[in-house]
Design a protein. Structure first.
Length: 294
């Protein structure tokens, strides 16, 4: 079961650890020079995560094996979840790339390094204004690029994508729409777009469950009863799944709050987030129970 304190990592990992979604995501977003040499039909998921728990709220990392220029190659993708523009982001990305490469060598005992591709998935309120090239941070005006390292991270700015462009991305459109609208639209407004994508590209049961978990834990809703009605009228089975996820999240929030209270005392920021989720879901369950004929 996914950790409710790491919703972004959980959702991205669930999508990108499934080859059919990973292939499409990387086909759309990988740098052109990498796509030209990679045979995306040969993708295989490899075991291994080299990002520590403290960074998993901000990063998702997946290791793949792929045929590139006729040879087996390892492709290590890092997806950073960025909500605010940050001028020094290229420096931080570089430090993390070096760190994960060191962890990779320590863990695998390999003397060969995988290709590292960092994708910055940005969903802030305005267009990303800064360069992602670390050489642009230096005061010296003249700059020389030394081969392809460090590679400039690829920016995926969902706010600059139209809904039509996102829908052209096929089975990953639901992931991108969620990232684009989860904080700017009420769940009542977002639900029809999500349900539309579920009709276009049905998700495996566990992946759909994770989508619903993400919506309920990260989204805002002024009228949960109406949100539930929208989902239930579209598909009663999905309405039932929303109810189940709501109950699970509330139970996990309470349990996690108790554990943190015993082990470290209640940390105010975390507790506020858990209580917020618990209150929202409790209101939903109460309103639905009143209307239930059982």
């Amino acid at each position: 079961m996914s950790d409710i304190s790491k919703p972004h990592d959980s959702l991205f990992k669930d999508f990108l650890s499934r080859i059919e979604y990973a292939q499409r995501f990387l086909e759309v977003h990988l740098p052109d020079d990498i796509k030209q040499i990679c045979d995306l039909s040969t993708f295989e998921l490899q075991d291994g995560s080299f990002i520590g728990n403290e960074l998993k709220q901000r990063f998702s990392d997946i290791l793949y094996r792929v045929k590139a220029s006729g040879e087996d190659r390892l492709l290590y993708t890092i997806v950073e979840h960025q909500t605010k523009p940050e001028r020094l982001l290229p420096l931080r990305v570089l430090s993390y790339e070096v760190d994960v490469l060191q962890k990779y060598c320590n863990k695998t005992k390999s003397e060969r390094l995988p290709e590292v591709i960092t994708l910055v998935f940005y969903r802030g309120k305005r267009k990303y204004p800064y360069s992602l090239d670390i050489l642009d941070l230096f005061e010296a005006q003249g700059k020389k690029r030394r081969g392809d390292f460090p590679r400039i991270p690829t920016l995926i700015d969902v706010n600059t994508m139209s809904d039509e462009a996102i829908e052209a991305h096929g089975n990953i459109a639901i992931l991108e729409k969620l990232q684009k609208y989860i904080w700017s639209k009420d769940l009542q407004e977002l639900a029809p777009a999500v349900l539309k994508e579920l009709m276009r590209y049905p998700l495996p049961a566990q992946l759909k469950n994770n989508v619903f978990r993400y919506m309920l834990s990260e989204g805002e809703c002024k009228n949960f009863e109406n949100f539930y009605r929208i989902v239930n009228e579209h598909d009663p089975q999905e309405g039932e799944e929303i109810m189940t996820v709501a109950q699970q999240l509330r139970a996990e929030g309470v349990r996690q709050g108790r554990q943190e209270g015993i082990q470290q005392g209640i940390q105010e920021g975390i507790q506020e987030g858990i209580e917020k989720i618990a209150i929202k879901l409790l209101r939903l369950l109460i309103s639905l129970k009143k209307k239930s004929p059982l």
